[in-house]
Design a protein around this ligand. Structure first.
Ligand code: TYD
Length: 137
């Protein structure tokens, strides 16, 4: 089963006054939020990510502009567009991700289930594929 999914959050408001989207841990976000970080001023020709996590769960939201994310579970890769502030992408453990095509002034907001820990990263694609194979066998 895929360990990532597109999420659609409630948009409160209207075009005249603008909108609010609320994110709440263990409610519409399926984990306790221990860390929030955001990535901004990324040039359009730069790709980021290139890693998977061993345990970390995250929800990615492009709160301004648009970004593309390639998610790969070691079996199949899929491209997801993040182009609405009320849409998110849940990514669980064991999913390789690459972010690219950052529009000007785009802001990628990430909610994470744990503190930053370099030990939780798999930054080598071959190691990622081997780890997935081991888990499945
Ligand atoms: P990284 O997660 O590799 O960024 P991306 O996936 O967007 O390419 O992190 C880049 C650098 O920032 C790396 O040196 C680790 C550091 N970092 C932190 O110190 N704290 C954090 O919460 C995150 C996400 C990264």
């Amino acid at each position: 089963m895929k360990n990532y999914k597109k999420m659609y959050f409630k948009k409160i408001g209207n075009k005249k006054r603008g909108f609010i989207t609320a994110l709440e841990q263990n409610k519409n976000i399926p984990f306790l939020i221990k860390r929030v970080y955001y990535n901004y001023f990324t040039p359009a020709d730069v790709s980021r990510g290139y890693h998977a996590h061993k345990k970390l769960e995250q929800v990615l939201l492009c709160v301004s502009g648009n970004i593309k994310v390639k998610v790969d579970d070691g079996n199949k890769a899929e491209e997801i567009d993040l182009n609405n502030p009320n849409e998110g992408l849940y990514i669980g453990p064991g999913v390789w991700r690459e972010m690219y095509d950052y529009s000007k002034n785009s802001v990628l907001l990430v909610l994470a289930s744990d503190y930053y820990d370099e030990e939780d990263y798999i930054r080598d694609y071959d190691e990622f594929v081997n780890t997935i194979k081991k888990i499945k066998s």
